[in-house]
Design a binder for this molecule. Structure first.
Ligand SMILES: Cc1cc2nc3c(=O)[nH]c(=O)nc-3n(C[C@H](O)[C@H](O)[C@H](O)COP(=O)(O)O)c2cc1C
Length: 200
């Protein structure tokens, strides 16, 4: 009897199409609406927006729950300019109103080999939340390149224990910005189920 009731409840949930069970035909969610931009209007973002994006960064998982990341926002054009000298590919820093530099605090890090993954997960959370807020973004790597790590440490006045991993520029894209979206990159040939030859 108990089993029948449980089954009926589960069936009702399925019929109701609750998000936990619903099979989606098309990709949904903020992660699919991410839009890259490397050229921005420069319109300042409210501090409240930076706080919301920071909350997203903190929501990301970390290896062994080490939570050793430090989040360093830069909005000052002078500091952005100095940061730009650390990476030749950080063109977004020329116009972005805000950049989040995600660093690992090595004093609090238990598994150093995994902080890059922690930072990557946090960066992706920021990209998705930016999309949710209707903003554009681009990630730019710093680690593992020694020159970029040391250059950004110098630009931000960081001690050697605080190691920049990746930064995320966020803002409103310039009207002429070339932007893309990752949602259309799905490649079934690179998806495998149980064996290499089986697709999904
Ligand atoms: C680990 C990583 C490092 C990246 N570094 C840079 C960078 O230094 N400069 C840059 O302009 N874009 C950088 N990007 C952004 C990629 O170039 C971009 O995401 C890629 O071209 C795909 O385009 P899409 O974001 O429109 O899907 C980086 C992306 C990742 C994931």
């Amino acid at each position: 009897m108990k089993g029948t009731k449980a089954f009926a409840a589960l069936f009702a949930l399925l019929l109701a199409g609750t998000p936990a069970f619903a099979a989606t035909a098309a990709p949904q969610g903020d992660v699919f609406s991410r839009v890259t931009a490397r050229s921005f209007t420069g319109k300042a973002l409210p501090l409240a927006t930076l706080r919301t994006l920071t909350a997203a960064a903190f929501s990301a998982p970390t290896a062994v729950d080490q939570r050793s990341l430090e989040f360093f926002w830069v909005t000052d054009r002078g500091v952005l300019g100095r940061l730009k000298t650390a990476s030749p590919y950080a063109t977004a820093l020329d116009t972005a109103p805000a950049v989040l530099v995600i660093c690992a605090n090595m004093r609090d890090t238990r598994i150093a080999d995994l902080v890059a993954f922690d930072a990557g997960a946090a960066a992706e959370a920021v990209l998705a939340e930016a999309a949710h807020l209707g903003l554009h973004s681009v990630p730019m790597s710093l680690a593992p390149v020694k020159g970029r790590i040391e250059g950004s440490q110098k630009a931000l006045g960081l001690s050697r224990d605080i190691v920049p991993q990746i930064m995320v520029a966020v803002g409103e894209k310039a009207p002429d910005a070339v932007s893309g979206a990752s949602a259309k990159r799905h490649d079934p040939a690179r998806v495998h189920l149980n064996t290499w030859k089986n697709g999904l």
